[in-house]
Design a protein. Structure first.
Length: 463
């Protein structure tokens, strides 16, 4: 079901959405970019028909924002016409895929018109010969990455002859409720203290005041099955492995541009999905940001993976994600200056934002054409200028970059480095299998000894 204000001409904006609406800056737009690249030409009439039938069922795409003092409201746009939001772009001679990314970067600093619903779409023809691309820009106040990927499933169809596969799901998080505060007060307070006292991040070339110009790139695809297999052998997750690859390419970028070499980790914020299962179709922002160290100072790929895994395990078992969402919700109820002061403290303590969004598991078609590539580019927000997204689609993983050129002049090198980084990690795993087996056997022996101590004397003698 779409959002609950479907049939209301006017409805209050939720606090978290209001906070994201006001995070936008002229030099750092809070706009999510989506690219759907299809194999074959697309007609504008077919795209318009698809969007009219499927996208406009969601009221956020037909309602504009009306600012009312400290809070804002969604209001049905009486002048709404789909033609105001969808256009086409024909480049004589066509575009290579790299030129498409450069064109997307040139659009990144442009604001969405405030007098209409906060989204637009451009159909780009003649990409890599016979391909077409639909590039959508959606303000973060409308939706987050999880709900937008659900929307992509609604806009596309399962490819003919392909079985429908259930999409992967993230673990469901418990809400921060009064019952939680009653039963785990000290644990919640400890996590709140860690969040409040988070130290400032280390100064690097990736951290600074963003400018207007942006750079866009995304990597070659990695087989999801191979990444999952590697993660399983190390007792980690796919997300851990991908974060380790991102740490690798950011390390290479810093080594090329700075001396001495990185000597400390940099902090990334990672969105933690807080929706309950079955609520993915409800647009808006329902995630909390947690801080994780990217060990760009470590030279060994396996050391980087293990460090990230330790950090992420601690965060998954904490209440920091829920507390961060509560902080954004409180900020959305405050005057603009107080919100800026409160959230500015957080954004200045981070360098990178990395999001992981799960796309359709099976091949899809859009407006009748095979969907060849799907990419979502995450905005940074406030003083963070490096955004990285991990996107899965049809058994493949890609890493996308939307970065500020003042902080990272060309992110295409980082995107091109993802596959070599994966190869280096696989080599490191093959190079040290004996050490890993010894480590696992020692852990099993320790677990067996603990179990033996708990056993009765008779059971110990039998053992």
């Amino acid at each position: 079901m779409p959002a609950p204000f479907s049939f209301l001409p006017r409805a209050p904006m939720l606090a978290a959405d209001h906070a994201w609406l006001r995070m936008e800056r002229p030099d750092n737009r809070v706009i999510i970019h989506l690219a759907l690249v299809v194999d074959g030409p697309l007609q504008l009439s077919a795209v318009m028909a698809c969007l009219s039938d499927r996208l406009l069922n969601y009221p956020a795409f037909t309602h504009k924002v009306v600012r009312c003092g400290w809070r804002s409201q969604w209001q049905a746009d009486p002048q709404f016409r789909l033609e105001h939001h969808v256009r086409q772009c024909v480049v004589p001679g066509g575009l290579q895929r790299s030129a498409l990314k450069a064109w997307m970067a040139s659009q990144a600093h442009e604001a969405l018109p405030a007098d209409r619903p906060l989204w637009d779409a451009t159909l780009v023809h003649n990409v890599d010969g016979e391909h077409s691309a639909l590039v959508m820009r959606v303000h973060h106040a409308l939706a987050d990455g999880v709900s937008l990927m659900h929307l992509m499933r609604e806009l596309t169809d399962v490819a003919p002859g392909t079985p429908r596969l259930a999409p992967a799901r993230t673990a469901q998080r418990s809400p921060l409720s009064p019952a939680t505060l009653r039963h785990q007060p000290w644990r919640v307070l400890a996590d709140a203290w860690r969040l409040a006292t988070l130290p400032a991040d280390r100064p690097t070339l990736l951290k600074g005041q963003p400018g207007i110009h942006k750079s866009v790139a995304w990597s070659e695809s990695l087989p999801l099955a191979q990444v999952h297999a590697l993660a399983k052998t190390q007792g980690t997750t796919v997300n851990d492995v991908m974060l380790a690859l991102i740490a690798d390419v950011l390390r290479q970028d810093l080594r090329l541009r700075t001396k001495p070499r990185p000597s400390a980790p940099i902090r990334t914020v990672v969105p933690m999905n807080l929706r309950r299962h079955g609520e993915e179709d409800q647009l808006g922002n329902r995630f909390g940001l947690v801080g994780c160290d990217l060990p760009v100072h470590l030279s060994d790929p396996l050391d980087r993976l293990r460090a990230i895994h330790r950090d992420m395990q601690q965060l998954k078992h904490s209440w920091q994600g829920q507390l961060a969402l509560a902080l954004v919700q409180v900020a959305g109820c405050l005057p603009q200056r107080l919100q800026d002061a409160l959230l500015g403290l957080w954004s200045r303590r981070c360098t990178v934002i990395v999001t992981n969004v799960i796309g359709p598991a099976e091949p899809r078609t859009f407006a009748g054409a095979p969907l060849d590539d799907l990419m979502l580019l995450v905005p940074q927000g406030m003083t963070v200028g490096v955004g990285v997204s991990i996107v899965s689609y049809a058994g493949q993983l890609r890493v996308g970059f939307l970065v500020d050129t003042k902080l990272m002049p060309d992110c295409s090198g980082a995107a091109a480095g993802i596959k070599p980084a994966f190869d280096r990690l696989r080599y490191a795993v093959r190079r040290a299998p004996t050490d890993l087996r010894v480590w696992r056997q020692s852990r099993l022996k320790e677990a067996g000894k603990r179990q033996l101590k708990k056993a009765s004397p008779k059971e110990q003698r039998q053992a």
